[in-house]
Write a protein that binds this ligand. Sequence first.
Ligand code: UD1
Length: 332
Amino acid sequence: MKILVTGGAGYIGSHTAVELLKAGYEITIVDNLSNSSIDVIDSIKEITNKDFNFYELDVKDEDKLNEVFVKENIEAVIHFAAFKAVGESVEKPLKYYENNLENTISLLKVMQKNNIKKIIFSSSACVYGDPEELPIKETAKLTTTNPYGATKHMIERILKDVYKAETDLSVIILRYFNPIGSDSSYKIGENPKGIPNNLMPFIVRVANREIDHLNIFGDDYDTKDGTGVRDYIHVTDLAIGHIKALEKANKDIGIFVYNLGTGTGYSVLEMVKTFEKVNNVKVPYEITKRRDGDIAACYADPSLAKEELGWVATKTLEDMCYDSYQYIINRK
Ligand code: UD1
């Protein structure tokens, strides 16, 4: 079966591409390389020893995208391509609404034109805002606090409306918690340009002495040790979640939403301590004030994905910390 992976050169997209190829699927990747590099495409081929076509294009370009669908005989789509920096989305909201919404609409139109009925969409736990109840179930109230999150929420809504109008579709929305780690080859991983915003990319740079210390944003939250609690999930577990979602889409028509998380929350201090122990390094830190827009705690109830997809996260926090660091120290 031939799968189109949009944004397949990105962090989660590239790991999913590897798992798809390992599972025997054929793939085609489209990516505009706006936040990734062509080397990732070569690395995916190296890791899997499999070949596929890559097109450097913007999903918003309907004509070019249509050519890819026709030429490649695409049968299903996994849609990752999006801008994802929360802070930037607050400063440049139109850039985010334009890119994330337009490229999804363009993709859905091209799918319609080519009679393609299966799509898996990369959503985020940020659609839950500051959750009223923990662990978070898929039925929780949706609310977002920044333009990036709003685009994910709006796209979920668009998909629901498209499904209502075209009821023979299989639409699977995956809400990711906090992906970290790297493929065990350490040839692909998370490598943001500039100073990282997210916790794990920041920790690895401090450990690698590229940045002198970590700022921990607040230790006065109502959590186990006062620091923020999140559901960190290994990116390979997350990638495998997409394979399970594809199996579901091949079997059932409908629109389905699943949390992809481990169900366990870890605090920032627990992350730092585990990272130091597993990698035998020091991560100096200072406690600073809370970051605007942050919430105290967020972790999934992943039981629906287990029941309906047969998916559970298998990697431990130690695996995640080890793999995140190995990728950075092995990177070319
Ligand atoms: C962020 C995004 C979210 C996205 C998720 C996964 C924001 C507001 N939200 O969530 O939309 O889905 O990443 O990519 O950016 N922390 C520090 N020091 C740091 C960095 C982070 O103490 O230098 C703390 C944070 O306060 C938080 C935890 O670490 O408690 C995790 O932060 P981060 O990795 O940025 O993820 P989220 O805020 O959960």
